[in-house]
Design a protein. Structure first.
Length: 134
């Protein structure tokens, strides 16, 4: 009986792993995916940054430049790379950069409406696809 239950548990883990893999691959290869998500899924650092940045935004945390680039552990990218990705996202219109009302030298970063829309639709499609999987 223990062996049988162990095999069932293993099958359950394998089944869940397959669902996860299929969901991610389906999303990565989606030709209808918005450009903003293509940008952030170009490499693992950008994707990690997107997830962290959006989480902080949803939690209503104010993000300065230092705070934003510190969201992902240093082992994933150098300081230069982290700054470049942030500045590229600003230049592409995915993240807005504003001066702090308290200290004009301090920059505050937020996702733009287009990134919020794309991200929320992406989240919904991932969850919908995942819940409809066997």
């Amino acid at each position: 009986l223990e062996v049988f239950l162990s095999l069932l548990k293993k099958d359950s883990y394998i089944s869940k792993a397959k669902i996860l893999i299929n969901t991610i691959l389906k999303n990565m290869d989606n030709p209808m995916k918005p450009e903003s998500l293509n940008f952030f899924q170009a490499d693992s650092y950008r994707f990690y940054f997107l997830m962290s940045f959006m989480y902080e935004h949803i939690e209503e945390n104010v993000m300065s430049q230092e705070y934003a680039i510190s969201l992902v552990p240093k082992k994933y990218a150098s300081r230069i790379k982290r700054l470049q990705v942030l500045k590229q996202a600003v230049a592409l219109g995915y993240i807005s950069e504003k001066s702090s009302s308290i200290d004009k030298r301090r920059r505050i970063y937020e996702p733009t409406e287009i990134l919020i829309k794309d991200f929320l639709e992406y989240s919904e499609s991932i969850l919908r696809d995942n819940s409809s999987s066997p």
